[in-house]
Write a protein that binds this ligand. Sequence first.
Ligand SMILES: CC(C)(COP(=O)(O)OP(=O)(O)OC[C@H]1O[C@@H](n2cnc3c(N)ncnc32)[C@H](O)[C@@H]1OP(=O)(O)O)[C@@H](O)C(=O)NCCC(=O)NCCS
Length: 293
Amino acid sequence: MNSGEGKLNYGYYLLTYIHLIIISIIVIGILISLLFWKVIANIIMGFGIYTFLNYWIVILYLIKQREPYNLSSEIMKSVIKSGKVVIRPARPQDAPVGARLMFYAGVNYMRAFFGSTERKAIKVLKRMFSLPGHMTSYTYAFVAENEGDIVALFSGLDRRSWRASNRASWMYGPIWWIAAPPWQIPKMISAYYAFDKVVPPVLDEEYYIVHLAVLPEKRGQGIGKQIMNFAESLAKSKGLKRMLLDVEIENEAACRFYKRLGFIEAKFVTDKNYCKRFGIQGSIRMVKPITRQ
Ligand SMILES: CC(C)(COP(=O)(O)OP(=O)(O)OC[C@H]1O[C@@H](n2cnc3c(N)ncnc32)[C@H](O)[C@@H]1OP(=O)(O)O)[C@@H](O)C(=O)NCCC(=O)NCCS
């Protein structure tokens, strides 16, 4: 997604393409071995596997160098009790409910990224959720528990974690190959492109709510508001000045909810390709200043 770093973004796309080329070399090697000469096929496959390993060594090195900024471990050492629910950093094992909630948080986006139906998208999301550091992972997510059951989730990013999660999303490109069916990959890449091009980046002093959802049967009980209050106090404790989020124009219920909490509409994104890709009328960037009392 958009790191707001202009050219640097293409580096991330490049990683995915390099991986695509390497996999193609291996596949060509396999085809040749099946159809033609074994020696040439082995050389091609050997080259493919050698490049593949080199690719991974670089990736692992980069990930180690630029460890994703983990908001939860920095600020949250313990659970926060807030009204009806207990809010705590998400864990990989929260994937079954976590993935479902992430799907509800942006149904059209998740369908475009991860699968055409709810079941398919949640299946991929579940696998992605347990991997650290990227945008749909547990790393930047918090869950709200009610009597021990997860009832809601939100993920939030400041500029630094936004950039780290962007990097991770592209570096983990090869993992998409494992997490998602192969035919979903081109759709995922073009969805990332479309999103990247039009959605404004997160700037210094801003806290971006990436995902927010309450389980359908638990809505209207004040849980969403408690979570957003918690997110705001988290952002405030980091000295940030604004909360931001993107909401689909057609998600009128969520727009009303955010307005009720003091958010205002800052920008409408109605780019044709973006709307077509996600099957939406557009999205609204909503903003709320963080007060300092
Ligand atoms: C949007 C959502 C998170 C709200 O959570 P919730 O727990 O149902 O909301 P709350 O009960 O905390 O409501 C808080 C306030 O917003 C108001 N509100 C909530 N939904 C509303 C709606 N559809 N229309 C008008 N006001 C609404 C409530 O009346 C309440 O006002 P009050 O403080 O005066 O009592 C939840 O409905 C949800 O998960 N929706 C699906 C996922 C989604 O759309 N996420 C947002 C993606 S950007």
